[in-house]
Write a protein that binds this ligand. Structure first.
Ligand code: URA
Length: 233
């Protein structure tokens, strides 16, 4: 039976629409202006969709055949801060989102220590599909996915690019460098039309295995915080 909506209810609906109740009754302050904060330009959204589609159309990739989901990105496509990790693990593969497992929880804590969160940054990985047993991606796999992550950086156009761990560093900076020497420094890099300040820091999964290195990661995080202030991000 269809219930009749009485005039009182209709008036109430009209009133709620008028006062934009979504804005007022959202109990999370961060969500109040979420739509506006997240709405990247149509062109950016289209370019991201095209990029995702070209990864989905990739042929002859064993990683893709074995994975449950593509892990493309998370966060705010309008952000001027982009973070890049290595590759999805089991949780990420399940959910189709980067850094949702234990390493992701630590990453969230690291971000929050410098007043950042997933609403304020954009996150992706060098490889978009989970390598079996969470092994490090092979050289060949990294080569295959490199054009995609470079394009991804160019589309997001960050002012600050944070490379998490040695895989991201080796893929985007070079194989001849070691993370202990490269972390905690700003490097100016160009990806297509995007000029960005790159900083390398330890991967959160490494920090879980080597908690003694967290103090160095804290130095890097403070550098990111200072740069953010300097660049008025
Ligand atoms: N480690 C990564 O490098 N990326 C993820 O998305 C999850 C764990």
């Amino acid at each position: 039976m269809i219930k009749k909506i009485n005039t009182k209810t209709i008036k109430l609906i009209k009133f709620y629409n008028l006062i934009n109740y979504n804005l007022i009754y959202n109990n999370k302050a961060i969500n109040r202006y979420r739509k506006e904060n997240f709405e990247a330009s149509e062109d950016k959204i289209k370019r991201l969709e095209l990029l995702k589609r070209s990864i989905l159309n990739l042929k002859n990739c064993d990683l893709k055949k074995q994975a449950k989901n593509i892990v493309f990105s998370d966060g705010n496509p309008k952000s001027k801060i982009m973070l890049i990790g290595e590759a999805p693990g089991a949780n990420e593969d399940q959910e189709g989102l980067p850094f949702v497992g234990r390493a992701g929880q630590l990453l969230d804590k690291m971000l929050s220590a410098i007043d950042l969160n997933r609403e304020k940054v954009y996150i992706s990985n060098i490889i978009n599909y989970r390598p079996p047993e969470n092994r490090r991606p092979s050289e060949e796999e990294m080569k295959r996915y490199l054009p995609f992550i470079k394009k991804h950086i160019e589309i997001i156009n960050p002012k600050i690019l944070v490379l998490l761990g040695s895989t991201a560093m080796n893929a985007l900076i070079g194989n001849e460098v070691v993370i202990s020497k490269m972390r905690g420094k700003w490097i100016e890099k160009q990806f297509g039309n995007c000029s960005t300040s790159v900083i390398i820091t330890f991967h959160p999964a490494f920090l879980m295995r080597q908690p003694g290195q967290k103090k160095m990661a804290w130095v890097d995080l403070k550098m990111i915080r200072d740069k953010k202030i300097k660049l008025k991000i």
